[in-house]
Design a protein around this ligand. Structure first.
Ligand code: UFG
Length: 344
């Protein structure tokens, strides 16, 4: 029988934005981490920085694709992982509307391939990176875990398919899982090791920061929503707080507790205009902007209640204040104007 290291986990997409912050949190909590990432959107440099920041732990990178089942099985066996945290996915709402097939392939077939590889390798703990986009247009606000899930874009649909598969697999095979539905992840590692580096960058906060720093106007996608200022409302949550929730979720599974799903947000509705104001406050510069058409697939308002995560996981966000989120994102951007390609 192979001895199994109870502190080893495999993190798909661990070289990406939320994945890398979680890998760092796992390492600091005492886990050895095998990052499994195809590096199409993830950054080798992020994994290397975590390994340097937490030298006491083994942080390895397997360059592979989640659609390659044999490679996932091999990585699970070689790393002796006892759990998988699954971040690898395509994540752009707008792109999912234009090119749904690739979202179904990566997010659904890729997700199911990871689950099937886990079954073969005998791994039965799974933490899943889901999204507020599984809820669609809210029927009530804030959105709790019992809110109906009626996604309005293919991105949300693909994540919901995996959530449903997890429930069936739990009932059939005892696969224990935690689903985290993030609202809007933002900010950067307060210690400055990690940050957001997407190509192209689609997210509001980094784009607003760029507009402030370069003078290139931010496009605001719609000001005719049925909201107080006509702009979309979101619930921004700091990526380091999301990472902490993943460690707590994994520990819940290790304690033998049943599967569960949690919404992760701050419960504060912030409009696109509020974000522009926060970036102006934090940078001390104006954010030039123009109003453009609505972006396809955007719900008008997404605000969470995260009381379940707070009560059951003891989740206590530390960096959720909007100005703190923007400040950490700004610090990362200023120190790394070319993202991970910047000289250290
Ligand atoms: N927005 C702009 N201009 C931009 C970028 C964004 O006006 O240049 C607006 C969007 O229309 C939206 C808001 O800012 O109203 C937030 O947009 P983001 O792209 O930053 O984030 P999303 O809310 O679209 O998406 C994020 C994640 C998704 C997740 C979703 C759920 O990227 O993975 O939150 O809330 F599904």
């Amino acid at each position: 029988m192979n001895p199994v290291d109870p502190k080893a986990v495999l993190v798909t997409g661990g070289a990406g934005y939320i994945g890398s912050h979680t890998v760092k949190a796992l390492a600091l909590a005492g886990y050895d981490v095998c990052v499994f990432d195809n590096l199409l959107a993830g950054h080798r440099e992020a994994v290397e920085r975590i390994a340097r920041a937490v030298p006491a732990r083994s942080i390895t990178l397997v360059e592979g694709d989640i659609l390659d089942r044999a490679r996932v099985v091999q990585a699970l066996r070689e790393s002796r992982a006892q759990a998988v945290l699954h971040f690898a996915a395509l994540l752009s709402v707008g792109e999912s509307v234009a090119e749904p097939a690739k979202y179904y392939e990566t997010n659904v077939i890729g997700g199911l391939t990871v689950l099937s590889a886990m079954a073969e390798a005998g791994v039965s703990r799974f933490v899943f990176s889901s999204t507020a986009a599984t809820f669609g247009e809210p029927l009530v606000t804030p959105i709790d875990e019992s809110h109906p899930q009626l996604p309005v874009n293919p991105y949300g649909e693909t994540k919901l398919v995996i959530e449903r598969a997890l429930r069936s697999l739990d009932a059939a095979t005892g696969l224990r899982h935690i689903v985290f539905r993030y609202f809007n992840a933002a900010g950067a590692d307060p210690e400055g090791h990690l940050g957001e580096d997407h190509t192209p960058e689609i997210h509001l906060i980094p784009r607003a920061i760029l507009a402030a720093l370069t003078g290139e106007p931010l496009q605001i996608f719609g000001d005719d929503y049925a909201t107080p200022d006509g702009m979309c409302i979101r619930d921004f949550v700091h990526v380091t707080d999301l990472a902490a929730a993943h460690v707590a979720g994994l520990q819940r599974l290790e304690a033998g507790r049943p599967s569960a799903s949690y919404n992760l947000g701050m419960g504060a509705g912030v409009s696109v205009r509020d974000v522009v104001s926060a970036v102006e406050r934090v940078t001390g510069r104006p954010v030039p902007h123009t109003v453009a058409a609505r972006r396809a697939g955007d719900p008008s308002r997404l605000v969470a209640t995260s009381s379940c995560a707070r009560t059951e996981l003891g989740w206590t966000p530390r960096y959720g204040d909007l100005d703190t989120i923007v400040s950490t994102a700004l610090a990362w951007h200023q120190a790394h104007p070319q993202g991970y390609g910047s000289p250290e």
